[in-house]
Design a binder for this molecule. Sequence first.
Ligand SMILES: CC(C)(COP(=O)(O)OP(=O)(O)OC[C@H]1O[C@@H](n2cnc3c(N)ncnc32)[C@H](O)[C@@H]1OP(=O)(O)O)[C@@H](O)C(=O)NCCC(=O)NCCS
Length: 145
Amino acid sequence: MLKLSQYAELEKDIPCINKLLRQLHPEAPKVTKEIMVKMLEKSNVKIAILRDKSKNNQIFGMASLHVIRTFFGLKGIVENVIVDEEYRGKGRGKELMNGLIEAAKKKGVVYLELTSGPERQNAQKMYESLGFKKRETNVYRLELK
Ligand SMILES: CC(C)(COP(=O)(O)OP(=O)(O)OC[C@H]1O[C@@H](n2cnc3c(N)ncnc32)[C@H](O)[C@@H]1OP(=O)(O)O)[C@@H](O)C(=O)NCCC(=O)NCCS
């Protein structure tokens, strides 16, 4: 997990994180150090990361867990699941997700949810192989800004 105590390394990590986010959403606005600090300060947010020891510990995969309290207990929302294209197909995505699932269990989360665009076939195979079940529902969004 990425920790705020690794603050000194954040400067080095931000470009890697932005590279990953651009692979997920090419138009994504850049994440800054301030944004990362705000996220890491929240006890309900966990960021699982994969680092390459042979490349100066650079980040090549990440996924975030956002825990919210509902009437039915703690719900975990998984966001921003991404493995750098150079590292895909070697089990790293599953490793990343398993790390996040363990973190969610430790926090007492009752269930995890995520959304995934229908074109992301590899991601859907991965989620299903991890035990996620597809639910038929509609996702609505109201843009406020
Ligand atoms: C989805 C993603 C994170 C998977 O990472 P990865 O490191 O390649 O995944 P893994 O090697 O751990 O494979 C996990 C499972 O995904 C499926 N999978 C991954 N790549 C696949 C491929 N090329 N063809 C078919 N299935 C594939 C398999 O079910 C695999 O499990 P198995 O090997 O036990 O059968 C990665 O492809 C990615 O970053 N994609 C672009 C971003 C994205 O779509 N993110 C999801 C947003 S919802």
